[in-house]
Design a protein around this ligand. Structure first.
Ligand code: NAI
Length: 485
């Protein structure tokens, strides 16, 4: 029924690239074009080195690229030719003006919408794929119809629920696909057209349809709930350390309750990624705008606990190492915000590194998927600036160059170090030769596991002084006068 349908997606990022590749794979009868204003990004999508690392993505792209999947910078032409236009541009937190530090910056979205309005010569379905504030569709509708040329635009909200690191699996078998549309006959027709695309591979009962505002809010709500679970278990981890309980045992016991469930209950140094903090701050802002201060404060606390957890980790590191890390080499294992991605947006590693640098540590950083350039850029940016290319005037204080080195493996990072911080749960960190690492470190040798992935008993046998989030404290750490809490 979709024969001849043409899709164009504006924004070839972490969301636009993989989602469109999956649609192309599952719908050979649909032509899918992914466009972006960034020339290097499009060039990378057309090369053997895709711009993002995501398990399984290479295979999917290779299978479809040049057949029914195309990456291009010819934004206007391909938008004009499309029947369905997905908009998957970035929606960062505003850094200045009204709502700075909270509200979503819709600059990129608005310019995409204006461009669609200007170049369109035929009716289009415009799909919000980006995460946007509730009621954005209404504003977009106004922009699309501003110079009414007799073209019918139907706007749909189709938020994306994939998680980086498992994007391909998530897209193959989504828990649900959510489509929101206007409750008019034309709106419902558009909903049906998009539903028909997903129905190529997603069972009907997993394709939910709602009104526009429910779909927009559901995405913010889902991210807020997910982040809230992490902040809840992280808050418990501080209490576990204070009382001698073990957060893994607590999480297991709590998660066995079928009403709660076992997933997403791992205590850690804190959540990261481009979405959780930004989307919650955005939710908080919307609540404030609607005069719902109690609701705003409730969700704000999820972000505050996350900041607290990162600070607490740094304090624990510094206080354990005799209250100073000045001039000491500290190895940072992992920089990405989670394993199986090279994405560093809002990674807790940035805050941990800043904390340690503030105490004059010398950092030696290793991550299997993040380049030296990226790490140095991340450490020299201001909060929230990472997604605002126009702000990227990097201060590159010489102290950064002197205090930070980025190396190509964990053994080099830890050589001659006083302490090790595990910040990302990469599988390879579980299987390192820790005896060899210990032998090459300054004694006493410390290891701080920010992800609870290492076998602490084994490490203690080797001779390490250990700390893991939310676990009974090593007597060494516990007896320090300046215990971090
Ligand atoms: P991204 O930054 O990787 O990709 C956005 C792309 O849009 C960039 O390549 C940029 O050059 C391009 N772009 C911006 N303005 C444009 C314009 N006017 N015309 C053409 N291209 C333009 O961002 P990402 O991670 O893909 O996120 C996109 C949206 O999806 C955000 O709203 C995000 O909140 C949401 N989202 C992200 C998820 C993730 O895991 N990264 C998951 C679910 C939703």
């Amino acid at each position: 029924a979709n024969m001849g349908v043409k899709i164009c997606c504006i924004g070839a990022g972490y969301v636009g690239g993989p989602t469109m590749a999956m649609i192309a794979l599952k719908c050979p009868d649909i032509e899918v074009n992914v466009v972006d204003i960034s020339k290097p990004r499009i060039a990378a999508w057309n090369s053997d080195e895709l711009p993002i690392y995501e398990p399984g993505l290479d295979e999917v792209v290779k299978q479809c690229r040049g057949k029914n999947l195309f990456f291009s910078t010819e934004v206007e032409r391909l938008v004009a030719e499309a029947d369905i236009v997905f908009v998957s541009v970035n929606t960062p937190t505003k850094t200045s003006g009204l709502g700075a530090g909270k509200a979503a910056d819709l600059t990129y979205w608005e310019s995409a919408a204006r461009m669609i309005a200007d170049v369109s010569k035929s009716d289009k379905i415009v799909v919000e794929k980006s995460t946007v504030p509730v009621k954005t569709a209404e504003a977009i509708e106004k922009i699309l119809t501003h110079n009414n040329k007799g073209i019918n635009f139907q706007i749909l909200s189709n938020p994306e629920f994939l998680a980086e690191g498992t994007a391909i699996e998530d897209l193959q078998k989504p828990d649900r696909v959510l489509i929101g549309g206007r409750e008019t006959p034309e709106g419902q027709k558009a909903v049906a057209a998009l539903k028909a695309v997903y129905a190529h591979w997603v069972p009907e009962e997993n394709i939910l349809t709602t009104n526009l505002w429910s779909a927009e809010l559901s995405k913010l709500a889902a991210n807020a709930f997910l982040a809230q679970r992490i902040s809840s278990i992280n808050a418990m981890s501080a209490l576990c350390e204070a009382t001698g309980a073990d957060v893994s045992e607590v999480a297991y016991a709590v998660g066995k309750d079928s009403r709660i469930g076992p997933k997403f209950l791992n205590a850690s140094v804190g959540f990261g990624g481009s979405c959780f903090q930004k989307d919650i701050l955005n939710l908080v802002y919307i609540c404030e705008c609607n005069g719902l201060m109690e609701v705003a404060n409730y969700w704000k606390q999820v972000v505050q606990i996350n900041d607290y957890q990162k600070t607490r980790f740094v304090r624990r590191v510094v206080s354990s190492m005799f209250n100073t890390v000045s001039g000491k080499k500290v190895a940072i294992l992992g920089f990405a915000f989670k394993k199986d991605t090279g994405d560093t947006r809002e990674t807790p590693a940035i805050d941990v590194c800043h904390g340690l640098l503030g105490d004059k540590a010398l950092l030696s950083i290793y991550d299997p998927q993040v380049t030296e350039d990226q790490i140095k850029r991340d450490l020299s940016m201001n909060k929230f600036d990472w997604d605002h290319p126009q702000h990227l005037q990097l201060q590159n204080p010489t102290s950064l160059t002197q205090q930070v080195s980025v190396v190509v493996d964990a053994y080099e990072a830890t050589k001659g170090a006083h302490g090790i911080c595990v910040i990302t749960e990469w599988d390879e960190f579980k299987n390192l030769d820790y005896q060899k690492i210990y032998d090459n470190m300054v004694k006493p040798a410390f290891i701080f596991d920010g992800r609870n992935v290492l076998n602490m008993e084994e490490l203690r046998k080797i001779g390490f002084i250990t700390y893991s989030i939310g676990k009974p404290l090593d007597p060494w750490v516990k007896d320090l006068p300046a215990a971090a809490n």
